[in-house]
Design a protein around this ligand. Structure first.
Ligand SMILES: Nc1ncnc2c1ncn2[C@@H]1O[C@H](COP(=O)(O)OP(=O)(O)OP(=O)(O)O)[C@@H](O)[C@H]1O
Length: 265
């Protein structure tokens, strides 16, 4: 059995081994290797163009690596695309909800696609809406919900199918600072309670610091520039400050400026 480098004993849910991906003559991902163990929340950080979306596409199986190996929950996501149906859920930057469906009708969508009977799907979806603090909003249409509430519906929809892996693609970056902070806290509480494995792809330092067990910073050209465990940092303010500076330096940013930018976004 392969085990995660960071959690010996736990099988990796994501495993990239010396992965190269080129677009024409441009190498977007360069011999990239990392693992994400079952139950871990890992943030993949990088500036624009560092290769985050390319890595996400390799993990989702919508792109094939030119060389190296990508495995997700024991499957090759490109060659065994359908084997990962229901095992992998994605929440994007925009909520991608269907406006003609209510909150609960959106949240139950993945379950219905999986073939769950309608009443069961409704019960499960309502439960997940309650867990992301949306009890009472089940029958509201998307235009009746705030941006933060819509993103909560999107997260409930992702979690409702009970996936092995949740991919969060800049899921909090279009929300104001307070709303995204609350949503990050609530999502992490639920993800940890249910032992969900999450890869959070973001350019925002705050998302990573607040949510992740571990941070991987991609440098330009898609290689690991910095890899840091944040478990110790979570409980110690001085360590948080030092960690923040280390990550900001790897991103090539000034910490104060980065925090200011994130507050203004
Ligand atoms: N289909 C493609 N064809 C050609 N070049 C591509 C393609 N997809 C990505 N690239 C290039 O690969 C590099 C990495 O792109 P990618 O979208 O993965 O970066 P990113 O870190 O997600 O950036 P952003 O934060 O702006 O979304 C960029 O230089 C981009 O122009």
């Amino acid at each position: 059995m392969t085990v995660s480098a960071h959690n010996p004993g736990l099988p990796p849910i994501i495993e990239l081994n010396s992965v190269i991906k080129e677009f024409g003559s441009y190498r977007a991902v360069d011999k990239l290797s990392f693992t994400v163990a079952k139950g871990e929340i890992v943030a993949l950080l990088g500036r624009t163009g560092a290769g985050k979306t390319t890595v996400l596409n390799l993990i989702m199986g919508t792109l094939a690596p030119d060389s190296g190996r990508v495995m997700v929950a024991g499957f090759d996501p490109f060659r065994q695309f359908s084997a990962l149906k229901g095992k992998l859920a994605v929440s994007f930057q925009t909520d991608r909800l269907l406006p003609w469906r209510t909150a609960v009708e959106n949240a139950e969508l993945g379950l219905l696609i999986q073939g769950k009977p309608k009443d069961q799907a409704r019960t499960i979806a309502s439960g997940w809406l309650a867990r992301v603090n949306l009890a009472g909003a089940e029958n509201k249409y998307t235009h009746e919900l705030s941006g933060g509430m819509r993103q909560r519906v999107s997260l409930a929809r992702a979690l409702a199918v009970d996936p092995e892996l949740v991919l969060l693609d800049e899921s909090f970056s279009q929300l104001d600072h307070v709303t995204s902070h609350e949503l990050r806290q609530d999502f992490c509480a639920v993800a940890r309670e249910y032992g969900k494995t999450c890869l959070l792809v973001t350019h925002r330092l705050d998302d990573a610091i607040e949510m992740a067990d571990r941070v991987i910073v991609l440098g330009p050209g898609g290689h690991v520039k910095l890899e840091l465990s944040l478990r110790e940092a979570a409980t110690d303010e001085t360590v948080v400050g030092r960690t923040r500076s280390q990550i900001a330096a790897a991103l090539g940013e000034d910490t104060g400026k980065q925090q200011q930018n994130e507050r203004e976004e």
